[in-house]
Design a protein around this ligand. Structure first.
Ligand SMILES: C[S@@+](CC[C@H](N)C(=O)[O-])C[C@H]1O[C@@H](n2cnc3c(N)ncnc32)[C@H](O)[C@@H]1O
Ligand SMILES: [Zn+2]
Length: 299
């Protein structure tokens, strides 16, 4: 992000947002190590006063998940590679723009944005570009995703975490929580948001990926998804608005392959199978991409 000013106080600010996942105490550098500034460079671990310690990965993300971690739902290295290539192609830029515009209208310019299920940090970076003094914290289960997300923006920090567990975040610390195609923990999103904060969720509609031949083995978008979103958040949030972002895009065979391999279908399809079916496609292929960006307020 060449135009983004660096945030000397990024980790100073994030240490005010993060909490020890075990005892809820504040985190800081080990004794004798200077407090982290713009990055975690030079800091090999963060710990609480109770002695719980969390390693900083070489790539610069914080490993808050320790012990036996169930990563069955985490994106694999291959999925993350496919997602990165696909997003770099700019195919979802209209969605990133719409999300960034929505968040810019909801968050103070120097606020704090939590991205729950940040993946490679593509959307968090777009949101921070629209908020010149804001900082972001991206959480994800996949270390492969975080290896890329760690350097995605000078005002973003990242940590491993499982969204289904209590979040390692101070109550009321976030101005906006964003959640893009990732699991949603309604009660925890509510707890970490300021009472006047907002949750912004991106979900695909039933028309998403219309135009992709059925033979490719993609999982279809569940038509009940919107209902499920409402149910998982009801009792904690009320929906304030929703915008449809829908485009027709032209995809090469390589992009179609990455689109398939970056999503949930990758869990049940062999890569060679996808390569074979994509090779027989007429390219470029016109595909509909269709998303809803919805805004939810704590209730
Ligand atoms: C479809 S990807 C979306 C990533 C990113 N938001 C994007 O759109 O580019 C879903 C992400 O959720 C993460 N994930 C799945 N289950 C999770 C959990 N329980 N806690 C945290 N992250 C999770 C995956 O590792 C993956 O990065
Ligand atoms: Zn602790």
């Amino acid at each position: 992000m060449p135009n983004s000013p660096a945030a000397p106080a990024l980790w100073h600010r994030l240490l005010g947002v993060l909490r020890c996942p075990v005892c809820d105490g504040p985190l800081g550098p080990p004794p004798g190590v200077p407090a982290p500034g713009p990055t975690l460079r030079g800091v090999t671990s963060l710990r609480c006063a109770g002695g719980h310690s969390y390693d900083v990965a070489r790539q610069g993300y914080l490993g808050l998940l320790t012990g036996n971690v169930n990563v069955a739902n985490a994106d694999s290295a291959d999925m993350v590679g496919a997602r990165s290539r696909f997003l770099e192609g700019g195919h979802y830029a209209p969605l990133a723009d719409a999300l960034a515009a929505a968040v810019a209208g909801l968050c103070p310019p120097d606020g704090t944005v939590l991205d729950a299920g940040a993946g490679t940090g593509y959307y968090l970076a777009a949101v921070l570009d629209a908020l010149p003094g804001a900082v972001g914290l991206g959480l994800d289960l996949s270390k492969f995703a975080l290896r890329r997300a760690a350097g995605v923006h000078p005002r973003a920090g990242t940590a491993t975490w499982d969204i289904w567990k209590p979040l390692p975040v101070v109550s009321g610390a976030a101005d906006v929580v964003i959640n893009v195609f990732a699991p949603r923990n309604g009660p925890e999103f509510r707890r970490v948001l300021r009472p006047d904060g907002a949750l912004v969720v991106v979900t695909p509609t039933a028309r998403h990926l219309a135009g992709l031949p059925a033979g490719l083995g993609m999982l279809s978008v569940d038509a009940a998804k919107e209902d499920r979103l409402r149910r998982t958040l009801s009792g904690h949030f009320r929906q304030e608005g929703a915008d449809l972002v829908e485009r027709e895009i032209a995809l090469t065979g390589e992009s179609v392959r990455d689109l398939i391999l970056m999503g949930p279908s990758a869990h049940h399809l062999a890569a060679e199978e996808v390569h074979r079916s994509v090779a027989s496609l007429d390219s470029p292929l016109t595909v509909t991409v269709s998303f809803v960006v919805s805004v939810h307020r704590p209730s």
